[in-house]
Design a protein around this ligand. Structure first.
Ligand SMILES: [Zn+2]
Length: 312
């Protein structure tokens, strides 16, 4: 089923590990064809096929807009640059050093994915410094007359940006709006380590609400026009997950029991979905243990910061 898309935006399904509706790359058409989050190198053949269906090749891409540098969003950037050296890459200033030298990013990802790294993400090629335009939020990007506004958007990662496209009214929010399947009125948090920040995230969602986009464009997966529902449902659910993890940590339960409790909460929330829908959501989110670890790390960091800087 074709997913709906705003004007001048084409959704390309990267078919991660051969599965549909897990990772999306967005093609912005026009005089400077641009990709938002090209996906990992492991899915480049699907991306190329998606571009070819619209008469384009990687060599035609003039700009790559990265919402953040996690490998499922940005892993293919260096490989694409090798084929399309004239493309400009837009990235948050905090993420920029790690696309120029991906070694720390790779170490961090290897801790999560171990020997699955190659299968999941493919080869990670460094991005040449001269190809980068480094953003901090507040910039306007001109794609041959099509204006994209970049916003600093911490929460899922501290180097996350949101791009608002004036032509379509689409807000490309990467992972700041959780995961969702086309056709479902159900949003699930995805909160992997290392830099989940619930307080910053809530601020980002309030900012997104004030931007009043016509569409929310999720990497996992698709375009949604019920913007008010999505933002309010997601804010509430994310806060609820955060509270559950905080209370679990305070209770002194074992890690295993706390992870099982988060799995039970997620299952309860998804009880109205079909088994196939639940399985597809699971593919988008990955193991809930990773979401628990991301939230637990956030609460530990906060506790450490409060201990180091006591209020009078
Ligand atoms: Zn992601």
């Amino acid at each position: 089923m074709a997913t709906p898309s705003p004007d001048g935006v084409i959704t390309i399904d990267d078919m991660h590990l051969g599965r549909p509706q897990v990772i999306a790359t967005y093609l912005l058409t026009g005089p400077v064809p641009a990709l938002v989050d090209p996906g990992p190198a492991s899915t480049l053949p699907a991306l190329e096929a998606g571009l070819a269906a619209h008469g384009l090749g990687l060599g035609d891409i003039g700009a790559i807009l990265l919402t953040h540098i996690h490998l499922d969003h940005a892993g293919a950037t260096g490989s694409i640059l090798a084929r399309s050296p004239k493309a400009r890459v837009y990235v948050h200033q905090v993420g920029a050093p790690h696309v120029i030298d991906p070694s720390r990013l790779l170490r961090s990802a290897t801790q999560l994915y171990g020997d699955q790294m190659g299968t999941l993400w493919g080869e990670i090629v460094p991005v040449p410094t001269e190809s980068l335009t480094v953003l901090e939020g507040g910039e306007m990007i001109d794609l041959g007359g099509r204006t994209i506004h970049a916003f600093d958007a911490p929460g899922h990662a501290k180097h996350h940006l949101i791009y608002l496209d004036q032509q379509s009214g689409g807000a490309f929010i990467g992972d700041n709006g959780g995961v969702r399947l086309p056709g479902l009125s159900f949003v699930r948090p995805a909160t992997p380590p290392p830099d989940i920040d619930l307080e910053a995230w809530d601020g980002t969602l309030l900012m997104l609400d004030e931007l009043m986009p016509s569409w929310l464009m999720l990497t996992h997966f698709g375009a949604y026009s019920d913007v008010d529902f999505h933002i309010s449902d997601y804010r509430a659910r994310l806060a609820h997950w955060g509270e559950q993890v905080r209370r679990g940590m305070e209770s002194g339960m074992s890690e295993e029991a706390q992870i099982a409790a988060l799995e039970a909460l997620a299952a309860e929330e998804a009880a109205g979905l079909s088994p196939a829908e639940r399985e597809a959501l699971h593919q988008q989110t990955g193991a809930l243990e990773s979401s628990w670890r991301g939230l637990a790390r956030y609460w530990r960091k906060r506790a450490d910061a409060e201990a180091a800087c006591p209020h009078p």
